[in-house]
Unconditional design. Sequence first.
Length: 352
Amino acid sequence: MNPGNPSIAEVLDADAASDLLAELADRAPRRRPALLRRVLAHAVQNKGYLEADDAAAAMAAAALVAVARDMTEAEGDEDLEALTAFPVDARLLESALAALGRLADPRDNELLGSWEDGEALDGYLAGIHRWHEALSRPVTGRPPARRRARTHGPRLRAGATFLCKLPSGRRVRAVVIAVRDGGESARVALVGPATLDPDDVGAQSWVLIDTLDCLSADLECREGWSRRDDAPPPLLRTLQEEPSAEGAKGGPDLLGPHVLDALVDDTEARGLTGLAWHHDPRGIAPWREDLVDEYAPWVETTQEAARAGEPAAGIAALLAVRYGDVGVHDSALRRYAEDAYAYLESWRPDPE
């Protein structure tokens, strides 16, 4: 490592960073922040001995967050630009800064204590300082966001995506399927991220929650919806052809204050069930047809822990307490908890 100016390439060249980079590359950009928060939280919440590999992975995660904030560090590196094309919100920024603080703490810190060469130690500390400064300074590497110019014609159009705030405070995306009455009303589909289980959804990155009829005023003002972007054409075509598209009647008010939240809970539960069977901590997959509801208590416990704000480690701990008998594979349980946490995190798009 260059003591005076440790580069992003040098940070990412660490062996412990390779697994993180591979996992990030396999995820859609919107799902990368959840993984980075998990890696950073693992270092911050470690009150005991911080191992060198965990510290190196946290350093790489913090550096990637810094690059994602200010793309000048990635200029000319197309692979790095693509890898860091994810949103950085306040939570992720705070996690990265907190992790760098833990990395600089010499107590129970294997990596910090392993530098016998004074020059190498200076380089490591310079790296922490560099990324802390990059995370703290105002962003200059991205052009300012431009406001969309207002266009004439209907206020809504098919494919327009809004962010819907449900009664519980959850935010889910809503795609306009069809515009009616000259733009005064529309049929919309509430959609969420698909389960991470590749055996369940393949390359599909979304899942239909339900469809609703709404007034355009409900979308833009009264229900607290805000405009996001446009749905990709394949998603819009599929939603327009969806057999259930004529199933739901009425808007949020007519459905009642808790119905939409229940629909989201049910959709989340289906995704979590797919993850549970994919990782199969109990080793019962061969008898899945006969034991179809065996993981239902696991899913309920996962949602309970998530509502309480537990991270992946907290979800795993609660599952281990309730269901961790001799027939449960600990490593599969942890992998399920990590993917379940990342899946639930991906349901939380940030407001504009």
